[in-house]
Design a protein. Structure first.
Ligand SMILES: *Cc1c(COP(=O)(O)O)cnc(C)c1O
Length: 360
């Protein structure tokens, strides 16, 4: 049922990509006079005078082992945002095709669609922030190219039901993009291992969250060899700079540190959840499989402003559909979380005199 040829924009099937100097001569040794680089060095102490590897093979070799997938199933880009944008440009004819997103969810799918002049069909998640599968399938037409599913979902924090995701993948002849930016904090397994079974899935992950490298801008996409080859064909030739590649290699050699940090963040998440239960201002704590917690409070805007006066910044999501009075709170260090709880307990003390929870 899924035919990649029918999903990509027709002119890209025969596109001749830019051929860089590094594409035309692949050896590592020699006198390189082919790329108009500055052979003398750089203006900096450390040299950056050579163009980076356009396909980041060293990173992919390491990542392939960690993710138990072949290197040809991996794409790397300037953050997940680059992969999202490339998927639009690969599949969606501006002002003709459409995509489906499932609000409340990550804002970038909508923005990227708008930038690319692509219609966005919004099918709200249900009261449990799960997919209304029938409604999604009803929203599909012959010009629907992509369906974005974020799991664990941002800003709600919950996992999306695997059975619902599978039903959509199996019933849709376009590409299902599963954004797993928070998968390292989740009890649910990645869809990477389902890629063999499902040629119409793209899994997005990122170095920005569990790996602690948001400033580096490195995102991953995992998909069939055919989809990855097409993404490589349309990407800017040197989309991941050499400094990023170097630091990513260092990070990959330190995978144990990531596991330790994730463990600590999960412990802190639990403490935050347990302590926030005691606060009068907190009405509901939504289950989280991510490194943040969405909470419903009495007056989100007021609580938000109060926290700002204490120099604690959370994300006010109260204007988002289905997220009335919701704040999204990232799990911080133990000390930061303690300060947050202290500030909220003071707010309780001021606003709800009957509240017994007070941290002096
Ligand atoms: C943070 C986040 C990302 C990461 O984006 P990068 O561009 O890789 O930093 C992707 N998707 C979701 C849902 C996120 O919350």
């Amino acid at each position: 049922m899924f035919n990649l040829r029918d999903i990509i924009r027709p002119h890209l099937a025969t596109l001749k990509p830019y051929s860089s100097a590094r594409d035309e001569y692949k050896g590592n040794e020699g006198i390189f006079l082919d790329a108009n680089e500055n052979a003398l060095g750089s203006a900096t102490t450390e040299d950056f005078n050579r163009y980076p590897d356009p396909y980041q093979w060293q990173i992919k070799d390491k990542l392939a082992i960690i993710k138990a997938i072949a290197v040809d199933n991996i794409f790397l880009g300037n953050g997940s945002d680059e992969a999202i944008d490339l998927l639009f440009r690969l599949c969606c004819r501006p002002s003709i095709d459409n995509v489906i997103i499932l609000p409340p969810t990550y804002g970038m799918y909508d923005v990227s669609a708008n930038i690319n002049d692509v219609e966005v069909r919004k099918v709200l998640l249900n009261g449990e922030f799960q997919i209304n599968v029938e409604a999604v399938l009803q929203a599909v037409d012959a010009k629907t190219k992509l369906i974005f599913i974020c799991s664990p979902n941002n800003p709600t924090g919950n996992n999306i039901d695997v059975t619902s995701i599978n039903r959509i993948i199996e019933s849709f002849s376009g590409i299902v993009v599963i954004d797993e930016a928070y998968v390292d904090f989740s009890t649910q397994a990645s869809f990477i291992q389902s890629l063999r079974q499902y040629p119409n899935v793209v899994v997005l992950q990122t170095f920005s969250k569990a790996w602690g490298l948001a400033g580096l801008r490195l995102g991953m996409a995992f998909a069939s060899e055919a989809i990855i080859a097409l993404m490589n064909r349309i990407k800017p030739p040197y989309n991941v700079n050499s400094q990023t590649q170097k630091i990513a290699l260092e990070a990959l050699a330190n995978h144990d540190k990531v596991k330790k940090m994730v463990k600590t963040i999960l412990q802190e998440r639990l403490i935050l959840q347990e302590e926030m239960k005691k606060l009068a201002v907190v009405e509901e704590i939504f289950p989280s499989d991510a490194n943040f917690i969405m909470v419903r409070v009495k007056e989100a805007k007021e609580v938000y402003k109060y926290l700002v006066t204490k120099m604690i910044i959370v994300r006010d999501r109260s204007s988002v559909q289905l997220c009335d009075n919701a704040l999204r709170i990232t799990v911080g260090t133990a000390d930061e979380n303690r300060q947050l709880l202290q500030a909220l307990s003071h707010y309780d003390y001021l606003k709800f005199p009957d509240s017994k929870y007070f941290i002096a």
